[in-house]
Write a protein that binds this ligand. Structure first.
Ligand code: AMP
Length: 116
């Protein structure tokens, strides 16, 4: 797997404030937010995307959702609701080739899933 910005964040080569960190998962604010709350949750293991994950990675995916759920609660968007988004590959619009879960909230969000 080629190096990328999230691997640099995991290696702490890029200074980033973490909302959450443990042995498996990291969470931090998106640098170009598309919603009032925009957090990224990533695995520390270098998994390129959902398409590249293996069955043994399934618990990490569950953990990422659990962390997103807890951050949403901490940021007080849990009651009003939010969106969890994972882009996969080129057609999915994935830019960074390291699996990441977007937590989007703080406003009513449009669907916007039309073909480009
Ligand atoms: P995606 O299009 O799903 O691959 O999302 C990649 C996301 O990473 C985009 O929303 C970017 O704004 C975000 N991003 C890229 N570099 C950084 C960074 N250094 N810190 C935080 N977020 C970043």
């Amino acid at each position: 797997m080629q190096d990328n910005i999230f691997l640099k964040i995991i290696r702490k080569e890029i200074k980033t404030d973490f909302l959450y960190e443990d042995d498996e998962v990291l969470a931090f604010y998106d640098i170009h937010p598309i919603a009032p709350v925009h957090v990224l949750i990533i695995p520390k293991k270098p998994i390129q995307s959902i398409a590249q994950m293996s069955e043994e990675d399934s618990p990490i995916i569950g953990k990422m959702f659990w962390v997103a759920r807890n951050i949403a609660k901490d940021l007080n968007i849990s009651e009003k609701g939010y969106k969890l988004l994972i882009r996969v590959g080129k057609d999915g619009g994935q830019e960074v080739p390291h699996l990441h879960l977007h937590l989007l909230g703080g406003a009513r969000l449009a669907e916007n899933i039309h073909p480009v």
